[in-house]
Design a protein around this ligand. Structure first.
Ligand code: ARG
Ligand code: ZN
Length: 844
């Protein structure tokens, strides 16, 4: 049942042109197709196989003659001429019954599609693989006021609209939207003078939530022209907001479809973090037009070819639009929380996987975020200019093609003359390398000794040394930088690098800017960490030093109930008072390592984490910090009140982030007085939501929470925040009950993935609550997965990752989790998606 990368064969038939006619009807949509096929030159003749699932075939013809193909659950097989021919079919599908949200479905009465990865086969019979690229012409017939598809509009009349996309594309980039929609519109002139109509389509009533998204789109278009030399290539660019959507957004050619949470915003309903995320996702989908659409993937094993590169590009964009250090630090926090966790557990897989059962299960942090880290390492290794040349070569050489990682790396080798054979291991070997560092100093020569080792991962017991770019700088004893950043290239298992002419033993700043996705292990002291927090010139490592200090402090507290290290308290206090530091940076440096990160760290050290003890240590440290820095916190809170009208820009957002972080500590002392005042005065969601969170954590949130619900019950996206926050702010002993109660709430539904994730995703995100010794968290998760799986396998399967860390815990917890995994697997109608995920989690 698994598919293997090694088994790839080229498609026997290619598609020149596709004509589709949709006769829309909620339960009985007819799809008429006319596909021009031609045998692939050089590929042995074979029968024609077309993917198709849950389709009711009305009739089929080849070159005008009716045929009776063989039909299975997977598709249709028929004899075909060994020369160009036309295949025609009419099928009937039922969008209203489509709860999986893959293929053509209804969301609030609006017809919409999601085809990546393999959803087009639920629309009509087709070679649904990305290396088959065709030119699509689409006619939509129906009574919807707005009917959209890919490419440019050709003609429209009463009850119909026609679209033509001149760019050949794989079926996964097909899209159709039809409904009662209104647009916020704008215009963009590309640098070569093409006039492009821009539209963000929403349900009536949401028009005022598009302005920020539109500005983000314009910025993305300009940035891709200026930085990558890439222009838009159609006369129209449409974005549609859809409430029911499995993922964040989708880059369909000329018709991007977005989860409404990733595009709609107003200052009253969206937080600063939401705004930043919306800007990044709009950029991400727009950037796919070149990295994904013009150049696509040969097969789904190459997913990182488009996703890693596009995540890297959107991160560069955000760094340019906002603060580069803050973006880098936030990305590393997320990478460690999600990707390192994945890489250390049973779901670990290479950035380019070599087999899968359900490709939807591989839209992972490893493919996306680690995939982006690999691009960053490549860029560091070949330099900015080499990178620009290589990427240009990639674009010119492969425009219009379906490519592989080999093609991508060959462009780098040819443009820069560098051999990337060893670098390629980053794509094929899973697991996070450990980088052990020791040092020596004599006669003014300082030497760093590195040793790399990657632990085994499922199916990959043996690992090989990788090329690791290690950005290093050295600081002198009084805090000056004596050696500025230089990139050491480690290729062996063990390697040493020396620095001459040093008057005194320096303090090293290793892996600056997080130059490789590895775990650095080095014996050091809290005094040295505090020194780096105070003096490092590299913002990432400055933050990292504070993070390490907090981690060591917490580990000591967790292990033997030690009191918080005064060195940590002093260092963080000094950092907070340094007004030369960006408030956003200070907010990040005030944050503590997450409970899950601490659990992973302890497990990595051979210990069994106790989720409750971890939670208590973080609580205790917060109380200590609130006491130790009382005056500073009050002053910071006052100094970072924004008086200007709300703008979601980095300066204002940084001030609010610091004020809100500080408010969390202040609430530890004042029991919520200031949070309540902030709640009452708030004119934006960033301040309102943070205040509500503080009050809920202080046990003073019940009335305010009710008021919040009454204020926002009409707004689905805000209600999602309300659902989640109650669980995130609950005492561990009550988190599972709170979540269970919320699943009974009249506004809870399994039909909306955002709502499901708001509740169950929040439960999975509070380790002490989810892993509560009662097992209630596990049971609730299993109950809800069993309920969701038959309706929406994709969203259910993704949530299964909540269980991926089970082997970290004690035998009692392991036993409880295993029981729940087996119960889900035994449920009637368990999906292929979920069976694959839980099987890997249980047996990996
Ligand atoms: N290509 C989309 C993006 O990253 C993600 C869509 C994935 N959808 C899915 N069903 N797996 O922008
Ligand atoms: Zn993407």
């Amino acid at each position: 049942q698994p598919v293997y990368l090694a088994d790839y064969t080229p498609p026997p038939f290619l598609v020149d042109a596709v004509h589709l006619t949709f006769r829309l009807h909620p339960e009985k949509t007819r799809v008429l197709s006319r596909i021009e096929f031609r045998p692939t030159p050089g590929v042995p003749a074979s029968r024609l196989f077309l993917h198709g699932e849950n389709l009711h075939l009305i009739d089929a013809k080849i070159d005008g003659t009716a045929i009776t193909p063989e039909i299975t659950d997977e598709g249709l097989t028929t004899d075909a001429p060994d020369a160009p021919f036309t295949f025609e079919a009419e099928v009937e599908i039922d969008p209203a019954a489509n709860t999986a949200l893959e293929g053509l479905y209804l969301s609030n009465g609006m017809f919409c599609t999601q085809c990546e990865a393999e959803g087009f086969r639920k629309i009509t019979y087709y070679p649904d693989r990305p290396d088959v690229m065709g030119v699509f012409t689409v006619r939509i017939e129906g009574d919807q006021p707005v009917m959209l598809s890919n490419g440019n509009p050709v003609a429209r009349g009463d009850g119909w609209a026609e679209w033509h996309d001149p760019w050949p594309k794989p079926a996964y980039l097909f899209a159709l939207v039809a409904g009662d929609l209104v647009a916020q519109s704008d215009r963009f002139t590309t640098r070569s003078g093409r006039e492009v109509d821009l539209n963000i389509w929403v349900r009536p009533g949401d028009e005022d939530k598009c302005a920020f998204g539109m500005a983000a789109l314009r910025k993305s278009m300009t940035w891709d022209e200026e930085v990558y030399g890439r222009e838009y290539d159609l006369d129209i660019f449409n974005i549609v907001a859809v409430d029911d959507f499995n993922m964040g957004a989708m880059e369909n050619k000329g018709l991007n479809i977005f989860n409404s949470s990733c595009v709609l915003s107003t200052s009253e309903t969206a937080t600063d973090d939401n705004f930043e995320r919306i800007e990044a996702i709009i950029a991400h989908e727009y950037f796919h037009n070149w990295t994904g659409n013009r150049i696509t993937c040969r097969d789904w094993f190459q997913l990182c070819l488009k996703e890693g590169l596009t995540v890297f590009r959107d991160a560069e964009f955000t760094a340019d639009m906002r603060s580069a250090p803050v973006k880098r630090i936030s990305d590393v926090i997320a990478l460690r929380a999600r990707q390192f966790r994945e890489d250390a557990g049973p779901l670990a897989h290479p950035v380019r996987p070599e087999s899968f059962i359900e490709i939807n299960n591989f839209y992972t942090a490893t493919v996306y975020e680690k995939g982006a880290e690999l691009i960053g390492m490549l860029k560091r290794l070949v330099g900015d200019e080499g990178y620009a040349r290589a990427v240009d070569l990639y674009f010119t050489r492969h425009d219009g093609q379906a490519c592989t990682i080999e093609d991508w790396l060959a462009a780098f080798e040819d443009a820069t003359g560098r051999d990337l054979a060893q670098f390629k291991r980053w794509y094929s070997e899973a697991g996070t390398p450990r980088l052990r560092v020791t040092e020596s100093f004599n006669n003014s020569t300082y030497t760093l000794h590195f040793e790399q080792e990657t632990p085994p991962t499922p199916g990959q017991p043996e690992k090989h040394p990788r090329v690791i770019p290690i950005a290093v700088g050295l600081l002198g004893p009084n805090g000056d930088e004596v050696v500025p950043t230089r990139v050491l290239e480690m290729t062996g298992t063990r390697q040493s690098f020396s620095f001459d002419g040093l008057a005194a033993r320096p303090v090293p700043s290793i892996l600056r800017d997080f130059s490789a996705p590895v775990i650095v292990e080095r014996e050091t002291t809290n005094a040295e960490r505090a020194f780096l927090l105070a003096h490092d010139t590299d913002p990432f490592n400055k933050w990292e030093a504070g993070r390490a200090l907090a981690r060591e402090t917490l580990l000591a507290m967790i292990r033997d109930g030690a009191a918080p290290d005064p060195a940590y308290l002093d260092a963080v206090h000094t950092m907070l008072r340094d007004d030369t530091l960006d408030p956003a940076f200070r907010a990040l440096a005030l944050g503590l390592p997450g409970e899950d990160e601490l659990a992973q760290t302890l497990f990595g050290l051979g210990e069994t984490p106790d989720p409750q003890a971890i939670w208590e240590a973080r609580e205790a440290l917060d109380i200590t910090r609130a006491d130790a820095m009382q005056g500073t916190l009050d002053a910071l809170y006052a100094a970072h009140q924004v008086t200007a009208p709300y703008r979601p820009d980095p300066d204002q957002a940084g001030a609010r982030a610091l004020a809100n972080a500080v408010l969390g500590l202040i609430t530890r002392r004042d029991g919520g007085a200031r949070a309540l005042a902030q709640y009452d005065a708030a004119d934006n969601m960033t301040l309102q939501l943070a205040a509500l969170g503080c009050l809920l954590r202080a046990g003073k949130g019940a009335d305010v929470s009710d008021a919040f619900y009454r204020q926002w019950r009409h707004d689905r996206l805000v209600l999602d925040k309300w659902f989640g926050l109650q669980i995130l702010s609950a005492d561990p002993a009550e988190a599972a009950e709170t979540a269970a109660r919320l699943t009974e709430h009249p506004d809870f539904t399994l039909r909306n993935p955002n709502r499901f994730r708001a509740v169950l995703g929040a439960l999975a995100a509070v380790p002490a609550g989810f892993h509560h010794a009662s097992g209630r968290g596990y049971r609730l998760m299993a109950d809800m997965l069993i309920a969701l799986d038959p309706l929406n396998p994709q969203t259910a399967a993704r949530m299964c990752a909540a269980f991926e860390t089970w082997r970290r815990y004690d035998p009692a917890r392991q036993e409880m989790i295993r029981t729940q995994i087996d119960r889900i697997l035994a449920a009637p109608g368990a999906s292929r998606d979920t069976i694959e995920m839980l099987g890997r989690i249980r047996d990996g």
